[in-house]
Design a protein around this ligand. Structure first.
Ligand code: KG4
Ligand code: ZN
Length: 343
């Protein structure tokens, strides 16, 4: 997608624990800067108040760095996209207040963006390492805060086929990692250790969930009970079995995701399957998705990692679509901690 007049959009993401800013030139990324927050590692999870304070510290340098890397000045921007929700309210307020103030100062439109739509729209960033899926496609969004199975009919039409009724898939990784004494975020740690483990060594029961929904909280409780029971008879149980525990837990989570994905594809007849969200970084999920794709004749779409985890680029591309739809927001738009994608 190209325009004769170059359009520059700044995208700002601050819904959880990453402060990110990206600059888009039409649909191409010129800069995508992410500042993570190490402070949460001490607590084994995101502490909302600390996240909000860290966003305040990061937002100006991150935006400044993105503009410098893109080689443009604030006055060159045509619009600013920011995450309006869903997410942690204090974190959202930092990005949304900053974006609206800068938009007002520069006299340019601001575009309030739905974080989960942006995860999906990241597939439309013009990048030689990926190609956009054709409509309609199915997107499995798996992150630390969300697990959703979507039918995407166009850039604006998202039908929820299924979603988690409790914990998100990333949360299941993070909470299991905490039980094993691994640092936060636990997903990458489990992924790494699982590579030397046996995914069939331990079996964890999977819940019966109606339709295409997911549930991960029972798995977390079952995992904790299993580990604690074994530790009572063998205090070194975790240390001696860490790789197998990680591989078996990861295997169960992936099976739960893949089972619903297969049903969703069969029911809708859609064979274009996309992944989004931080958990799509998981090496085993990627492998199993590719193997299933060969078996089922699917075409799969997995963006490069920097567009899967929380990032400003996905907000900026959603802003690029909003810019073309002339759907600018208002300064009175409030940050929304809760917000359904089909609302
Ligand atoms: O999309 P994201 O960056 O932030 C949210 O919107 O939540 O996703 C972060 C989540 C965390 O739960 C993290 O543990 C998980 O993605 N994650 C992984 C991997 N890399 C990140 N989970 C499993 N395997 C990975 N390699
Ligand atoms: Zn996210």
């Amino acid at each position: 997608m190209n325009s004769d007049n170059p359009i520059y959009i700044l995208g700002i993401e601050s819904s959880c624990d990453d402060t990110s800013a990206a600059v888009l030139h039409n649909d191409k990324i010129l800069a995508n800067i992410v500042a993570g927050q190490e402070v949460h590692r001490l607590y084994g999870g995101v502490v909302p108040e600390l996240a909000s304070r860290a966003h305040q510290q990061h937002i100006v340098p991150v935006v400044d760095k993105a503009l410098k890397q893109a080689g443009i000045k604030p006055g060159d921007l045509h619009g600013i996209a920011y995450t309006q929700g869903p997410g942690l309210l204090g974190s959202l307020l930092v990005g949304s207040s900053f974006a609206k103030s800068l938009g007002l100062a520069l006299g340019i439109p601001v575009f309030p963006i739905h974080h989960l739509k942006a995860h999906v729209l990241a597939h439309f960033i013009a990048d030689p390492d990926m190609s956009p899926p054709p409509f309609p496609f199915i997107c499995l969004t798996v992150s630390g805060g969300h697990t959703q199975l979507l039918k995407v009919a166009d850039h604006n039409t998202f039908e929820i086929l299924g979603e988690t009724t409790d914990d998100a898939a990333g949360e299941a990784f993070d909470k299991a990692a905490k039980i094993l004494g691994l640092p936060y975020p636990g997903g990458p740690e489990i992924d790494k250790l699982a590579q030397n483990g046996d995914p069939k060594k331990f079996t964890f029961s999977k819940p019966k969930v109606p339709g295409l929904d997911f549930s991960f909280s029972g798995l977390k409780t079952g995992f904790r009970n299993f580990v604690e029971k074994n530790q009572r008879s063998d205090p070194e149980f975790i240390r001696e079995n860490i790789n197998d525990l990680c591989a078996s837990l990861q295997h169960t989570i992936i099976e739960m995701l893949m089972e619903q994905l297969v049903v969703a594809s069969t029911q809708t007849g859609i064979r274009h399957i996309a992944l989004a969200g931080g958990v799509s970084a998981n090496s085993s999920l990627r492998k199993i998705l590719q193997a299933t794709a060969r078996e089922k004749d699917w075409v799969t779409y997995i963006p490069p990692l920097q567009y899967c985890t929380d990032n400003g680029a996905m907000i900026a591309i959603a802003g690029w679509f909003a810019y073309q739809d002339s759907s600018a927001g208002k300064s009175s738009d409030a940050a929304r901690a809760r917000w359904a994608i089909n609302e």
